[in-house]
Design a protein around this ligand. Sequence first.
Ligand SMILES: *[C@@H]1O[C@H](CO)[C@@H](O)[C@H](O)[C@H]1NC(C)=O
Ligand SMILES: *[C@@H]1O[C@H](CO)[C@@H](O)[C@H](O)[C@H]1NC(C)=O
Ligand SMILES: *[C@@H]1O[C@H](CO)[C@@H](O)[C@H](O)[C@H]1NC(C)=O
Ligand SMILES: *[C@@H]1O[C@H](CO)[C@@H](O)[C@H](O)[C@H]1NC(C)=O
Ligand SMILES: *[C@@H]1O[C@H](CO)[C@@H](O)[C@H](O)[C@H]1NC(C)=O
Ligand SMILES: *[C@@H]1O[C@H](CO)[C@@H](O)[C@H](O)[C@H]1NC(C)=O
Ligand SMILES: [Zn+2]
Length: 530
Amino acid sequence: MVRSAYLFSVAAVAAAISATDGLTSRALTERQDVSAAGNPGWGHGSKKPKVNSKKLQQSIRESALSKKAKELEEAAYSTSQRNRVFSSEGHLNTLDLIEGYLDTVSDYYTYRRQPFEALYSQASGNFSAAETTYTPIIFQYSPSGTATAPLVAVANEGCAAEDYPAEVANNIALIVRGTCDFGLKSSLAGAAGAVGAVIYNNAPGYISGGTLGPPPRPEGEYIPTAGISQENATVLLEALSNGEEVQGVLEVESIIENRTTYNIIADTKGGDKENILVLGGHSDSVYAGPGINDDGSGIIGILETALQLAKYSTKNAIRFAFWSAEEFGLLGSEYYVANLSPEELQKIRLYLNFDMIASPNFIYGLYDGDGSAFNISGPPGSAEAEAFFAKWFKDQGLATTETDFDGRSDYGPFLDAGVPAGGIFTGAEELKTEEEAALFGGEVGVAYDVNYHQAGDNYTNLNFEAFVTNTKAIAAAVAEYGSSFDSLSPRNATATVKARGVHAHPHERRQKAKHVHHTHDCGKAPKVFI
Ligand SMILES: *[C@@H]1O[C@H](CO)[C@@H](O)[C@H](O)[C@H]1NC(C)=O
Ligand SMILES: *[C@@H]1O[C@H](CO)[C@@H](O)[C@H](O)[C@H]1NC(C)=O
Ligand SMILES: *[C@@H]1O[C@H](CO)[C@@H](O)[C@H](O)[C@H]1NC(C)=O
Ligand SMILES: *[C@@H]1O[C@H](CO)[C@@H](O)[C@H](O)[C@H]1NC(C)=O
Ligand SMILES: *[C@@H]1O[C@H](CO)[C@@H](O)[C@H](O)[C@H]1NC(C)=O
Ligand SMILES: *[C@@H]1O[C@H](CO)[C@@H](O)[C@H](O)[C@H]1NC(C)=O
Ligand SMILES: [Zn+2]
């Protein structure tokens, strides 16, 4: 789960590494898979029994999930960084762990590593002003640099070039958060000649993290950019409005570089390759910690389902995807979708995403595929996927709620490409409401996952009740759509995401999602880009 509700198209930064489709030697190409497929349906003469939903669900055991979660924690904690951020040793360990399990069912799956290049960033720094030291956040993709200069307050929200007075040149711009994304403010400040930018919150407290978005951007280059609290800024603004000179020192040290990383794509050898169910989660964590709920839970849930499924045959082909660099803006899934031919894309009947399915203070949140709760619906088939999960939970005597279908995880690129999508989400940094506590138990006014994007997102952070239930739901979906897609609307390549009947361009949808968030979210659950 990335923090943002507003994601840029990143196809430009996720460039192909080679002219081939970049497969490792042990892997088969999709073309080979297809030509080897022969007659579609029920595992091509496999002796395995047809998949049985009840049995597949029963085969999902807490002990197996728990063992893998421990192993994933070890993948991170056995390294000096203690995380699984993409391209790190802990992330490579993660890929080996996934492939090790896939090797145990090599009669059933072919898998490949899909390499791509993604822009990595890691930044830290300091800010002091008027001889007071603050504890700023440094925005992702902020360049390195030291600015020692007076602060200059920017007019309005700093979203237009005119907001930057001439005095900003060679000085540090002090800008309020809001209306437009952080990256625009940094690049406009840079274009006006500022040597540093400090963005302060527009609500009490700190900005809890943020990204400028991957460069380049048309407005200009980023400058060193930090974030401080509203309270911190009040003091500084007061001094400025009294006509005092406020000397600031902003120091940023960052690494920004392209790094090679890998998606893992596993396909059933059997099943109709013209009609594919794809399930995905992301294999990377943030820098701060091992990411065992985000998204260890999702990848373990789909991996365990893949392992258990190998006892059965399916009518339709199933593909399990382990995306990389999700935390840097859905880079792996964007790359994957951008590099599929229209024909291959059309074969994907449904994409199901599982990103955080074991949050400690969980909800059972279903992606709002029908748009009934958030007014952003997916391509035809998304509503049915939501209804499938709603019925499954109801049949278990469990409540569900709906969660925003705003493209904040790896289903975003699929929606943008017109592929119907669905999935389950147990919640991140937002706070549980009274209504939700009545439905799911847990603590009102506490984050669904207090350790979201923190060091504490480790094995002990998991809620196994939610983890087991959601993995059984994954198994049920695999049995359902592995047997038939008849319950879905026909695939319609020309239909994309709709805001209640209005055809929306992907960026409009994300802009729209951003504004939806902004109005009900202001100052409460800050989003990265804005
Ligand atoms: C920030 O300040 C601390 C303490 O003075 C120092 O150790 C650290 O290197 C500084 N970090 C950066 C990025 O300047
Ligand atoms: C900056 O703001 C935070 C949050 O309000 C506060 O806890 C902190 O003490 C402030 N720092 C300074 C140096 O005033
Ligand atoms: C990363 O790769 C892209 C695409 O090849 C290139 O345009 C960009 O300059 C590279 N960025 C860095 C920081 O090397
Ligand atoms: C998991 O995180 C918690 C909270 O940060 C910490 O107390 C605990 O030591 C961590 N577990 C391990 C095995 O390091
Ligand atoms: C596909 O979607 C487009 C756009 O929503 C619509 O105009 C068209 O009628 C649909 N085609 C089918 C076969 O449903
Ligand atoms: C839903 O979105 C559409 C298109 O943006 C808009 O016309 C409509 O007013 C919205 N409905 C609600 C209830 O917000
Ligand atoms: Zn995630």
